[in-house]
Design a protein around this ligand. Sequence first.
Ligand SMILES: [Mg+2]
Length: 368
Amino acid sequence: MKIDRIELIHCRVPLVEPFRISSGAVAEKDGIVVRVVTDVGVGHGESSPMTGAFYGADTPESCWKELSESLAPAMVGAGFTNVLDAAAHVGTLAASNFSRTGLETAFWDIEAQRQGKPLYELLGGSKVDVPSGLAVGLYDDVKDLLRAIERYRPDGYKRFKIKIERGRDVELVKAVRQEFGDIPLYVDANCAYDLTDLEIFRRLDEFNLMMFEQPFAGGALKELAVLQSQVRTPVCLDESLESVEDTAEAIRLGSFRIGNIKIQRVGGFGNALKIHDMCQAAGIPVWMGTMPELGVGCVQGLHMATLPNCKFPTDVEASTRWFRDDIIAPFLEVRDGILNLPDTPGLGFTVDDAKLDKYVVARQSFGG
Ligand SMILES: [Mg+2]
């Protein structure tokens, strides 16, 4: 297999409403679409960090630099025994996981098409209905939070997740429970707390939540294990699960009972599959999270969400939930809380060139 051309297309799509969590807010979504052209087919990936180092150090600018100055030049023109060897090779190159994901995932799309299979089948998943969950950000007024949940309830989302931060936690959960009763609900703290907040989690423990997502900092695995030993509610790790090694350590320490896997954060499908399998072997169910990405990245998460150990609704939502527009056709739609994947080969969705042209911020091509 030979890589003939790599195209990078940095797009920026306006959000329906600003998305706010404990670490900041964004109003537009940036994504770098990576198109890889080989002698056996064309595939698409997405490198999708949030603007302003939202979830970590990576930004659209830092990923653009890595992709355009090192990854694309290193890969273009290269030959590999097979397509998935090329995917594995991306993991050996010096770059952030967000940048690697853009390239790595494109090879899986190519390989699935080459085999005439939908991507989920290549990944080890099957054609199943994927339940979708609603995630809502932080609002200044509790009423706005309740209104956001109310607005999307008719779509039938299978669970509701609200963001919390210090000083805005128990009262939010209480308000949601009062308004909506015993809906499937949980909280995501995005690392905002530490062990000194144990009492808050003891209080939250009384609300029959499905999980506490990432209560403490990513590296605080020992402290998370202490928390897990003190509460009934399962601790779910998100930011902590950056690599196969981090996951192994968190399993060893007993830091969590549920895992949230993000393809972007772990560097692509290869590592996401390893983490999925490790958790499965340890009896820890997982689910697929999002950043959220633009359409390509969301569809990738959806394919992964059909794997057997993905046992909770995914964070992948309808295209129009977060974005005023999307770069794929058709859009992702949630019906009665369910997302469906077509059984056509590869991603199963078309990357819409007209939309890339409309939202392009920068574009660069490598090779012929
Ligand atoms: Mg999270």
